[in-house]
Ligand binder design. Structure first.
Ligand code: NAD
Ligand code: TYD
Length: 342
């Protein structure tokens, strides 16, 4: 089996590459990644010499390059992680989100049509469902929840999802989609909540919580997400959407306090800053379908996963310190420099 994994130098994609090489030692895994600010070749260092692995630096929007790769590799399966993935960046510069997330998806699916494929899997997000109110803890996102997006990021992911389903219906492309809740774990880029707070806390820097910090996210350890995708590409039904989440809702402020506690840092580092525009209140996945149809359940409890994650960041300081000492500093200054305290 030959699997093309796009975006495999990013957070979830790299974890998926490691998971698949370990689990399926007879598969060939080809990672296609543009190496944007979020992609890091050093993340893949441990598998670069694996004979079952190939890395190709390529933009998913580059039709000729993508076609050539399909010609060379004749993939059985494509798993598309490649995306612009940060909501705050999408609020600043929406265009690249539309280009990569929607048009890039189209280029990949066109190649799948042209060269034939057993499965095209689109890695999507629960954010396509919009948000839920805090005062209705009985409500969850199911696969039937209408698409109702808030940010340019989620709108671009929803656009891609609609296109994937259109290619299935119109061209009979064998597709599946997974919509997962917030992931955390090793190699998470330090612009996102959990790694940003770990990095700042370790440097005794302010911990910028948007607004009151009451927004709720449904956190899943990244390896559980990888296992879900592996199951879906092997056993999931073509044309179907699977929600992935582990019923682990946490308020942002509680996560930040927990990180302070684990690192022995004072909560006085927490600063409440100007809220994100259009900030979604609550995400919460109903994972009944993937549980009943494919037998998936999360294996890592949050208390254990967050400890493992913090430990990983302590043991891999060089990985994230290299990132935050580069272009990231300009990003941080731009995003947080003028953010008023509230
Ligand atoms: P990430 O930003 O860490 O990684 C994205 C990767 O895609 C990077 O390696 C980047 O170089 C690559 N990339 C970006 N544009 C590209 C292009 N045009 N061509 C080729 N490669 C390109 O993102 P992530 O957090 O690992 O998310 C991966 C996928 O999972 C995304 O599609 C995202 O929407 C989805 N997702 C993420 C989460 C989460 O909590 N992080 C939750 C649900 C779904
Ligand atoms: P993030 O990790 O960007 O993921 P998403 O927006 O896709 O859910 O943010 C998670 C939550 O943390 C979200 O409610 C915004 C909030 N947040 C902060 O309060 N401060 C920060 O510096 C960041 C990056 C996020």
């Amino acid at each position: 089996m030959v699997i093309i994994v796009t975006g495999g130098a990013g957070f979830i994609g790299s974890n998926f590459v490691f998971y698949m090489l370990k689990k399926h030692s007879n598969y060939r895994i080809v990672c296609l990644d543009k190496l944007t600010y979020a992609g890091n070749l050093s993340t893949l260092a441990s598998v670069m010499d694996n004979p079952n692995f190939r890395f190709v630096k390529l933009d998913i929007c580059d039709r000729a390059g993508v076609n050539q790769l399909f010609e060379e590799e004749k993939p059985d399966v494509v798993v598309n992680f490649a995306a612009e993935s940060h909501v705050d960046r999408s609020i600043e510069t929406p265009e690249i989100f539309l280009k990569t997330n929607i048009l890039g998806t189209q280029v990949l699916m066109d190649a799948c049509r042209q060269y034939g494929i057993q499965r095209y899997h689109q890695v999507s997000t629960d954010e396509v469902y919009g948000d839920l109110p805090l005062n209705r803890p009985d409500l969850f996102f199911t696969e039937e929840t209408p698409i109702h997006t808030s940010s340019p990021y989620s709108a671009s992911k929803a656009g891609a999802d609609l296109l994937v389903m259109a290619y299935h219906r119109t061209y009979n492309l064998p597709v599946t989609i997974s919509r997962c809740s917030n992931n955390y774990g090793p190699y998470h880029f330090p612009e996102k909540l959990i790694p940003l707070m770990i990095a700042n806390a370790l440097a005794d820097k302010p911990l910028p919580v948007y607004g009151e910090g009451l927004n709720v996210r449904d956190w899943l350890y990244v390896e559980d997400h990888c296992r879900a995708i592996d199951l879906i590409i092997h056993k999931g039904k073509v044309g179907e959407v699977y929600n992935v989440g582990g019923h682990n809702e946490m308020k942002n402020i509680d996560i930040v306090k927990l990180i302070c506690k684990e690192l022995g840092k004072p909560e006085s580092l927490i600063v409440h800053v100007e809220d994100r525009k259009g900030h979604d209140m609550r995400y919460a996945i109903d994972p009944t379908k993937i549980h009943t149809e494919l037998g998936w359940l999360p294996e890592t409890k949050f208390e254990e996963g967050i400890k493992k994650t913090i430990q990983w960041y302590l043991e891999h300081m060089e990985w994230w310190q290299t990132i935050i000492s580069g272009e990231y500093r300009n990003y941080y200054e731009k995003m947080y420099g003028n953010r008023a305290e509230v």
